[in-house]
Design a protein around this ligand. Structure first.
Ligand SMILES: NC(=O)c1ccc[n+]([C@@H]2O[C@H](COP(=O)([O-])OP(=O)(O)OC[C@H]3O[C@@H](n4cnc5c(N)ncnc54)[C@H](OP(=O)(O)O)[C@@H]3O)[C@@H](O)[C@H]2O)c1
Length: 272
């Protein structure tokens, strides 16, 4: 049995599909079973509960051999410790590439801390450190729907955003195939883009003219300067210097990672 936390999320939905297609037995965790509608099948059971509830956490691990988990499912440390107590044989932990590029920041520290818990508890498995997700630009959806001009304090820095569907595909491999245990994968998408590139891609798939503008809001710029790693996702703009395009996703997937343009085409409906 593979326990998938964050099963209704950007990565989790794709991961559950991959595992179901491979015939694996899955327990998919959500706090709200309605969000997992259509996910249950003969080999996929839905476990509805909150991972911050110690009783639910222990129950969720009954009969579990493998775990997929991420930083923001309540307390990731508690989830990993429960995995240790349950004798889980394989873990795929998603942290962040900021563990390498901005290790002193909040997200970098959280990532390194969770990775240490995994090691200290003797949990075998794979760490996935993705760069910014393509899905972060869903933060633009309201402005795109309202008129088509996305205004943010700054356009930030070029970023090789990765489609969380690719992170999920890599997680499925790490859970199902040999050769991934003990590895840490630094994952980016295939090209460094600025917000203007992304807005062009969204314009093309939505068939209407969209614009990205910098509004230079001084207060927000100060917030960005102090805690870039904590505000990037909310603005849908990357404020951290990227590591460039890395080859790992291509090497593990055996195909190029998906482009922002492909993600935009698949997700156009979420901006309409
Ligand atoms: N966004 C980025 O740019 C980025 C970059 C690098 C790494 N990451 C990593 O990716 C992770 C986010 O992954 P994602 O985008 O796939 O996640 P997501 O879409 O935000 O989904 C996370 C899921 O976790 C579930 N959850 C939250 N709190 C929970 C709790 N207390 N108990 C049980 N379930 C809970 C929620 O499901 P329900 O509401 O159904 O319970 C939610 O759907 C981050 O934590 C970080 O580790 C993100």
């Amino acid at each position: 049995m593979i326990l998938v936390t964050g099963a209704t999320g950007n990565m989790g939905r794709h991961l559950v599909r991959h595992l179901r297609e491979a015939g694996a037995a899955v327990r998919a965790v959500t706090r709200d079973a309605r969000k997992a509608e259509g996910m249950a099948s003969e080999r996929v059971e839905i476990a509805a509960g909150d991972l911050t509830d110690p009783e639910f956490l222990e129950r969720a691990f009954i009969g579990v051999r493998s775990l997929f988990t991420l930083l923001e499912v309540g307390d990731a440390t508690a989830v990993l410790e429960a995995a240790g107590r349950a004798g889980v044989a394989r873990v795929v932990l998603v942290t962040s590439l900021l563990a390498q590029t901005l290790p002193e920041g909040f997200v970098g520290q959280l990532s390194l801390g969770c990775e240490k818990v995994m090691r200290d508890r003797g949990l075998a498995g794979t760490v996935l450190r993705p760069w910014e997700f393509t899905t972060n630009t869903l933060a633009w959806a309201d402005e795109i729907r309202a008129g088509g001009v996305v205004r943010k304090p700054s356009a930030g820095l070029p970023s090789p955003a990765i489609d969380p569907a690719d992170v999920a595909a890599i997680a499925a491999k790490a859970l199902l195939e040999d050769g991934h245990i003990g590895r840490t994968y630094a994952l980016t998408g295939p090209a460094e883009l600025v917000p203007q590139d992304k807005i062009r891609a969204l314009s093309a798939v939505l068939g209407r003219e969209l614009r990205f503008e910098e509004n230079g809001d001084a207060e927000k710029l100060e917030q960005i300067r102090r805690t870039p790693d904590q505000v990037s996702e909310g603005f849908g703009v990357c404020f951290m210097a990227s590591p460039g395009v890395l080859p790992t996703a291509l090497e593990v997937l055996g195909r190029p990672p998906r482009t922002y343009q492909e993600w935009a085409a698949d997700n156009a409906g979420r901006f309409r």
